[in-house]
Write a protein that binds this ligand. Structure first.
Ligand SMILES: *[C@@H]1O[C@H](CO)[C@@H](O)[C@H](O)[C@H]1NC(C)=O
Ligand SMILES: *[C@@H]1O[C@H](CO)[C@@H](O)[C@H](O)[C@H]1NC(C)=O
Ligand SMILES: *[C@@H]1O[C@H](CO)[C@@H](O)[C@H](O)[C@H]1NC(C)=O
Ligand SMILES: *[C@@H]1O[C@H](CO)[C@@H](O)[C@H](O)[C@H]1NC(C)=O
Length: 442
């Protein structure tokens, strides 16, 4: 998509005419200021109260010197020196002075869920809770309400228009796959049956919206770096090994995506030190070192930032990172039954300060530190706190079981309840509403 340009562009613009063109443009800018002084004042005057970077956009592009030379194909705001913040690709609205991630859950039976489980054929059987016997539907009716503003309404037509001729890609683990599927469910309804398809090629799943020439993709890379868990189907290994400096192994499949949404967390949390491979996986004697989780995770985040800086054009593409998805494996953490977990939970946690043991604050800190040094902005989707409240939203026992359950398990559902993944429709639709808001109204 071409950026909107206020100065009407002329492709025959030549260097020799730069100065006269420049004065013409300057005159136009001054005219515009006079006409719309309120609207454009932000281009020239720092107004920290309004354009202060929110904590979630960890790094608006600031380090790069803005080119003073007038380039007619660029939006006008990027040609003016000293602007506080560039207009991000896909943005259509203004920054709202509001932390979208700080809010509460409200029951809203008239506007939720955003789609029905039975209407979306793309949901994997691990996430179709109703089909697998969940009786209550309460978890579908909660809407996230930020304290200081309202979330933009998710408009599938609008989003597909903006994705025309583009690729959006989710990269990460099964939790990110859940968010990906939620996004496909949110968008597919307006497409005719013959105009959409989903195909999987090993680690890559591609949903195509033909009429829009748009694809929404998921790439399996639970550590982002190369690991011994990279097989998209058989990846449950206990002795996890991650290879240092290997991000291009997967990164080559992410090239050219217009919107990237990364996550990685759960696979790092083994309760043990992490094994980092320094050589190659096929070497007979593997050269590994053990690292504390935080240090190993930092290594991966640094690789990600390096990859993004090398391969993402911030004038064209957007990068998001979704924070840790919490688990609810011990109800004692929220003052419940000492032997229970998310099983049989049908309402959110009400304590606004609740933070369980599954989400390590030190990891959040690592992410913040590393991303703050990125020259390409990475928009942080800070979904951890809001998901912490949702002990009711997990798939629990209501999912396809790959292995037959034993009589002991059947007698004690807590023992096989999945308190990591989330039913769809459900919580992850909210993550996408937040992604939508940050994409178009950063
Ligand atoms: C994430 O959001 C929560 C809730 O608003 C907030 O307490 C926390 O500081 C945020 N974290 C970051 C890194 O922005
Ligand atoms: C959704 O977006 C489309 C395309 O931009 C627009 O025509 C339509 O009015 C929007 N719908 C709502 C409910 O805002
Ligand atoms: C379809 O989109 C791709 C990018 O995903 C682009 O390269 C290609 O030119 C587009 N094709 C048409 C016919 O617009
Ligand atoms: C589920 O929770 C309710 C209370 O919320 C309780 O009465 C019921 O016995 C529980 N069921 C099981 C099978 O644990």
């Amino acid at each position: 998509m071409k950026s909107p340009s206020i100065a009407s562009p002329s492709s025959s613009f030549r260097k020799t005419r730069l100065s006269s063109y420049f004065f013409g443009l300057l005159a136009l800018i001054i005219l515009l200021i006079l006409l719309y002084s309120e609207d454009f004042s932000f281009l020239f005057f720092r107004r920290p109260s309004r354009f202060q970077p929110e904590p979630i956009i960890i790094n608006p592009i600031q380090q790069q010197q803005v080119d003073v030379d007038v380039d007619v194909d660029r939006p006008i705001s990027t040609t003016v020196k000293d602007t506080k913040k560039k207009v991000l690709p896909f943005a259509v609205g203004e920054t709202e002075e509001c932390d979208l991630f700080n809010g509460k859950w409200v029951k809203d039976e008239s506007n939720r869920p955003l789609y029905e489980e039975s209407e979306c054929p793309y949901i994997q059987p691990q996430l179709t809770c109703q089909q697998h016997g969940r009786l209550d539907k309460d978890y579908q009716f909660w809407r996230w309400q930020p304290h200081a503003c309202n979330l933009a309404r998710f408009n599938a037509t609008f989003m597909l228009e903006k994705l025309r001729g583009k690729r959006m890609m989710f990269v990460g683990d099964s939790l990110n796959r859940g968010q990906y599927v939620s996004m496909v469910c949110l968008l597919h309804r307006i497409l005719p049956e013959h105009g959409k398809s989903m195909q999987t090629f090993e680690s890559l799943t591609v949903f195509r919206a033909e009429e829009y020439n748009a694809s929404i993709e998921f790439y399996w890379a639970p550590f982002l770096l190369e690991s011994n868990s990279d097989n998209a189907v058989i990846h449950r290994v206990t002795d996890r090994i991650v290879r240092k400096g290997s991000i291009n192994k997967h990164g080559k499949y992410w090239l050219g995506a217009d919107i990237l949404v990364f996550n990685t967390y759960l696979w790092w949390i083994t309760g043990m030190k992490m094994k980092i491979l320094r050589g190659a996986f096929d070497e007979e004697r593997k050269d590994t070192v053990e690292m504390e989780t935080d240090d190993a995770y930092r290594l991966a985040m640094k690789s990600l930032v390096k990859w993004v800086q090398r391969n993402v054009d911030p004038e064209k593409s957007r990068v998001f990172f979704t924070s840790m998805s919490p688990s609810h494996g011990k109800s004692i953490e929220w003052g419940g039954d000492p032997y229970g977990n998310c099983y049989n939970q049908t309402s959110p946690i009400e304590d606004p300060k609740y933070w369980g043991q599954s989400s390590q604050k030190s990891i959040m800190k690592v992410i913040g530190e590393v991303f703050s040094k990125s020259r390409v902005p990475i928009t942080f989707l800070n979904i951890t706190q809001l998901s912490e409240y949702r002990k009711d939203a997990h798939t629990s026992i209501y999912k396809k079981q790959w292995n037959p359950l034993t009589p002991e398990q059947l007698a004690n559902p807590v023992s096989y309840s999945d308190c990591v993944h989330w039913c769809l429709p459900g919580l992850q639709d909210t993550w996408n509403e937040l992604l939508y808001a940050k994409l178009f109204y950063p």
